[in-house]
Design a protein around this ligand. Sequence first.
Ligand code: SER
Length: 873
Amino acid sequence: MKSAEIREAFLRFFEEQGHTRVASSSLIPGNDPTLLFTNAGMNQFKDCFLGQEKRAYTRAVSSQKCVRAGGKHNDLENVGYTARHHTFFEMLGNFSFGDYFKRDAITYAWNFLTSEKWLNLPKEKLWVTVYASDDEAYDIWTKDIGVPAERMVRIGDNKGAPYASDNFWTMGDTGPCGPCTEIFYDHGADIWGGPPGSPEEDGDRYIEIWNNVFMQFNRTADGVLHPLPAPSVDTGMGLERISAVLQHVHSNYEIDLFQSLLTASAKAIGCTNDAQASLKVVADHIRSCGFLVADGVLPSNEGRGYVLRRIIRRACRHGNKLGAKGSFFYQIVAALVAEMGEAFPELKSQQAHIERVLKAEEEQFAKTLEQGLKILEQDLAELKGDVVPGDVVFKLYDTYGFPMDLTGDIARERSLTIDEEGFEREMEAQRVRARSASSFGMDYNSLVKVDVATEFTGYTAHSGSAKIVALYKEGQSVDVLSEGEAGVVVLNQTPFYAESGGQIGDCGFLQAGAARFDVRDTTKTGGAFLHHGVLDSGSLIVGTPVQTHVDADVRHATSLNHSATHLLHAALRQVLGEHVQQKGSLVDSQRLRFDFSHFEAIKPEQLKALEDIVNAEIRKNSPVETEETDIETAKQKGAMALFGEKYGDSVRVLSMGDFSVELCGGIHANRTGDIGLLKITSEGGVASGVRRIEAVTGAAALAYLNAAEEQLKEAANLVKGSRDNLIDKLSAVLERNRLLEKQLEQLQAKAASAAGDDLSASALDVKGVKVLAVRLDGQDGKALLALVDQLKNKLGRAVILLGSVHEEKVVLVAGVTKDLTGQLKAGDLMKQAAAAVGGKGGGRPDMAQGGGIDAGALDAALALTVPFVEQGL
Ligand code: SER
């Protein structure tokens, strides 16, 4: 059975058992800040297990994209060296949310694996583990299913702490968890390895193929297990492993899906395909990298982007080991799309984007890879002991862009380890240096610790009454703020919008009797809104009331820019494609700035299309509507969510007609028509794969256009025309200019010829040779060349050197008539003369050109001509 057929069979089997087929979620767990990447099929159902979310179904089945690199479940360093670890894999899973439990879950799993109609695996090849104390599961397996006791293994807390066990599954440090039962397949005695729980269990003979988790608890950060509202089931079977079993191969890399990736990798690298470890690494990594980029991750120096960078660079290094020349990694994307694009259409639609991202990262790393490897070789040659010191690992990281695990990888190949702690110490020291270099700003987020949650009233109000709940001065909590002092005011409620989602914080003032606090910015930490500013008069005291006044004009202009940003975002996806994702945004009262993923400059006609689309939406004057709902409903409405952004239980969906739907907590126009007009003022690149558009709206857009109009008027005045005939007038001016230039050239040529006549008269006679060395300031090289030609004709046997100071530089042309070039060469004369004016020159024996910068030495250079001729004859 091919992998694709196995995937489909699994989904169909569980559909027949009343499960709803649910699509794979993104690799970026948008609504779960505890997870780096989606690492199991159950992630998207986390809230269903916790009882915090109800869906229309209680049974689900899926084939989920997973990445296990860089987070709690991290397989990166094993990849390539075992038969079964991957950075990316597909997990087949069936789920029950308070519906069936242990007995049905076990029965379904067994039936799917062993019944003739489905996978038809030989029962005697299957082994089963259960959590040591889970007698219920043990009995179901042995009594109901009939697995003999000798192929049953109980596994306790074998990882050094209560519930730390291969048979107790936890999603992360917190979240749903429970005991599990795992099904293993025995690949046969010719493969090394022992049954689960035995000392040889790490071998490749007994491979876990299916994990059935009985979700019973929610683990909180304090380590306590709280029972879930209803016992549930979460299972996971790696598609690659079960494919290996069914295709009678012993390594995942031998299955159909990997064969074409290995072939493509070998071709791109230019090596043979005998599935060496490095080739497997490359074939594995193209999957995680391809899928991560398709889901919106870009290589960077932090978070998810850094994990992606580490994987790409690891692939590059292994390709390099196999002799790859130039960029190879991106060339494998086509094979990935061919193999998996059917099941995951996002790969197809993003193919060009993925290729560009990978190529750019590869090219960037290629610049330092070779050099870094050389440095590492030197360090390793001098190494005493078998641990690579932290400062070496750090130097490679800092100067050559080698992620720590890449250096670790190289070390491991030589049976060395790296000093991770030493590396972390160096990193920390660098962080401290960076902090002290920028310690002039006060970071209130880390200093201010307030428990209050300020209530935000600003969606509907600009002003109101409030009570002061805390005051801060220089980062310290104080009871009173006095006149002239700068500080931070925290209120119980406020209409001031705190900076977030790209929209800047509101400004305005707070008033309490004679006291007036000028609010220059508003930020948020935890639930508290911080009003930053200066007390212009009076004093403020904790516990007393104040009146709040947001600067309504600034707020209004800002809100127009924010709404226009949403329209622009939607228009960008229409014009450039669905790969466009927000990478950053800044909205203030003057303009909007929007950064997004896209790989090339935007063409003028695309910019125009963007403006046209947004302005048409503005003219539609659709109402800007908001709705509070849960994230799933929001997604079903097609709301664009930012990847990596944390969204709470309740989200705010902001829509403008049927054109734009986004999750957003910002302040917006009432109707799109309020924006008036959008005008793009600039477009450019800010980082590899990220473009930036800046634009103005409303009154600022009008001012921008008015300024442009003023410039037009000025330009028209200059050519004594009007706006209407400016282009004709300008064309006429340019045409006239061209004619004048031509005439000037002709006149110059005439003048030069006349000068030539005069000049020939002043030639000296040196041993029967006419020698002429003259200075003609203001003439350019072209004019001098023409003149030398002419003089040669006139003078007969002659050596000529003409020099000029033109545009502050010295220009020299030398000529020797053909009959003399046997003895005297123009190039030789030029070499001497050009050197004298601090420059260079050369050319043919009969004609040479040169120049220099030392105008003061030009006469001396010309004076070299006579001696040159005398010596040469
Ligand atoms: N969540 C479990 C696992 O990842 C079963 O899906 O193994």
